[in-house]
Structure formats: structure tokens, C-alpha cells
Design a protein around this ligand. Sequence first.
Ligand code: FA5
Length: 334
Amino acid sequence: MIDVLKQEIDQIREAAQADLSQADTSDACEELRIKYLGRNGLVTPLMQKMKEVPNEQKAEAGKLLNGLKQFVESEIEQAGEKLKRGEQDVRLKQEAVDVTLPGRPVPLGRLHPITQTLLELYDIFAEMGFQVYQTREVETDEMNFQMLNLPEDHPARDMHDTFYTKDKGVVLRTHTSPGQIHLMKERCPDPIRAVLPGKCYRFEQTDASHEWMFYQLEGIAIGDNITLADLKGTLNAFIHRTFGKERKVQFRCSYFPFTEPSMEVAMSDKDGGWLEILGSGMMHPIVLRNGGYDPEKVSGFAFGMGVERIAMLKYGIDDIRQFYSNDLRFLSQF
Ligand code: FA5
């Protein structure tokens, strides 16, 4: 009886060795473990056969059987572990991240250069006590012109090529000055110091320094005894803060129906020419009165600057049309 068992044990041992030499993955090893040692495995029926072995041979048979079991178990385990390590190495290599690779840049949005310029201007004027006041882009003819001392037949209206709307008497504002009237009506009789930013529209032929849509920043100050010296001092402070003290500035006589006297400011550009950046003056008594103030008691100054022109001089841009052509090569430089 024991001889038959011995023979079977040897056969199973050889079969297991042959199978193991073929197994090339850790999964295949696991299958072999089940094939030999599982509940229905090849080794299990031999255990049943122990019952039939005569008592005096049981000790020897038990030893042989245990030997087989341990042999198969440890061989499969060792082979499986070795294969597993190899597979892990391969996986680690495949999944490896090369931390020395340069990162991919994430495209970042940014503020438009005109927005940036406006924010800088707000800061400068805030330091001089000016608040920011937002007003409307669509105005009545009355606000855009008449209240500013530009009656219907006034020749100075020709300087503003106006976009009219289908609604009679409603226009796209040609400048930020009508905001002066809104603000005065709201604040009268209190003193005022404010800047009014916003888009303006003019039905103009565009060129290097003219757009049909552009930004202005209006400034207004009303109070006791405000003089032309205050206006000049304010404008000088703004110019020095924005461009430094070296840049050449021209204050020239000018004419606006809503200021008297009036002056405009031009700055030297990088080609040695002059670029007009703003119009300004002492508020006309008629305009003060239209806003509710008594011109006998208070005085005021006002100015309106072209924000694109400021940005052009600041950054050395020679064509205003670049701001709104949406060319990222231009915009991403700011
Ligand atoms: C005015 O618009 C007056 N409202 C300014 C003012 C306000 C005077 C308060 C007195 C008191 P003017 O049309 O000159 O003025 O325009 C003022 C500035 O806006 C110009 O100096 C220029 O910098 C800018 N500007 C005018 N038209 C255009 C345009 N088509 N494109 C770009 N900038 C312009």
C-alpha cells in the first residue's frame, strides 16, 4: 500500500515541478496552488488514502505526504513571490513620473491694459481725495450737450460726431462730461471731488490716435475758492505720478463751451511729437448753475482725459487700434 502511495507522491511532485517551470506569471502560480492544494486539488485525495494505510505504516506515510505538501506549497510560494516582484518592477517603471520634466504652462487670464491703467489712475486720484463715480453710457441730448452749454445750434457740436439712437433725443455719450451734471444734481450743495470713468463713442474715422469707442476719465472738483492753480497743480501731480518728472508737458489754451478759461494738455511721445491727452478748465457758471450750484458762491474745475492715450504714452504704444483688436500677442504683454 505504501509503495503505491509513494509512487503517486513522486508523480505529483514531478508534475508540480513541470507545471511550475511553465508558470510565468504570479497569477499562473496562484492557479497552480489551487490545482494542487485547493479543496479539490491533486494532493487532497492522497490525504483520504491515508485511511487505507495499515496502522504500522501510517507514520511513514504521513511523513511522506506532509513532505509533499510542504514541498509543493513552498515551491509555489517562492516562484509566485519572485514573479510578483518582477511584475511590480515593470509596473513601477511604466507608471513612473519623470519629475525633472518641465511643467506645462497654464494659460492665465489678465486684466486688459486699459483696465490696468484705470486702476492706477484711481489710485493716484484717490490719494488726492477724489472718489470714483460711475455714470451711464447712453445719454439724452440734453445731458450730453445742452446742460453743458452746448445748445442745439452750437457750432462746437460739430467736434463731436455723435451716434444717435432710434429714440429721439437719445445718444451714445460722446464724452464723460454729462456725468458732471448727474453728480452735481446728486451732491448739491456739498463740495465735490470725484473722477468719472467710462466708455465714450464718436462716429469718427479711426486712425492711430482715434477710436470710435474709447475711455475717458473725467475729473471734477467743486468747492469754495477753487482756482486755476488748483487745476494745474492737480494735473501736474497726476502727470508726475504717472510718467515721472522728466517727461515734457504742454499746457495750451483751448476752448470748451462748458469751461472758461479752458486748456488742454499734450505730452511728448517717443517720436518727439505731441499727443493730446486731456481737455480741462474752470467750470462755466452756466454749467454750475445747471447742476444746482450758485456760481457766485462756489467755483470748480473739470478735466476729461483719454485713457488709451495715457496708456499709449506710458507703454510706448503707437497705434490706439491695438487695444481693441483682441490680438493676444499684444494683450499678453501686459
Ligand atoms: C472732451 O471730450 C471734453 N469733454 C473734455 C473736458 C472735460 C474739457 C471737462 C473740459 C472739462 P475732447 O474731445 O478734446 O474733450 O476729448 C478729451 C480727450 O479724450 C482727448 O484729449 C483725447 O485724449 C481723448 N479722445 C477724444 N476723442 C478720442 C478718440 N476718438 N479716440 C481716442 N481718444 C479720444
